[in-house]
Ligand binder design. Sequence first.
Ligand SMILES: [Zn+2]
Length: 206
Amino acid sequence: MLETICDIMVDAYKRNWITSRDGNVSIRHHDRNHFYITPSGVRKQTLQPDQFKKIGIHGLLWQEEYYSDISAKLKPSGEIPLHFGLQRAMGQHSNDVRVVVHVHPTYCIAAMHAGIDLNTISDSFPELNRYTKVAPNVGDVPPISQALADQCHKSLQLDDYGNIAYDIVGIKGHGVVAIDTSPWRAYEHIERLEHICKIVLASGNY
Ligand SMILES: [Zn+2]
């Protein structure tokens, strides 16, 4: 699965959804009290599985654990509060893995910049709303902040049991966060929403 995450980051880079050092992904298996997250400051188009950070979950706190010599020299993604909050609470993906993907897709961000709440556009597009539930946008929050994490969790309606009501949430002026049971499934939520945002913006009718 870590190799697959490396593949999706290469794909995201090719689509201009991230610049070299942007974007972050985490993955947790339901029966383990740790998760893996992409490291900070590494070029995502050359990301390798042994560069991931292993993060132990200790109640409300996280702690780095040894995974590889290369990984030990790296820091976890600055967006770890966002990932930790989702990964520590398993809920609806409790019999599977949970993957959290954060990238900066062009048309999703452009649509939010144009004043569109991504939550509302899915009503008109069955190919989006059949497969992907889009949360109300998160407003302006600083990157790599607890506020970004808290607002994303709130907008996704993360509850005390780890359930979320949506598959993807947009952060105004920044990017999106998608969640599912495999890297490609989470990625497809982004792909679907990006495609519809492109269509909506091309139509000029919003
Ligand atoms: Zn970001």
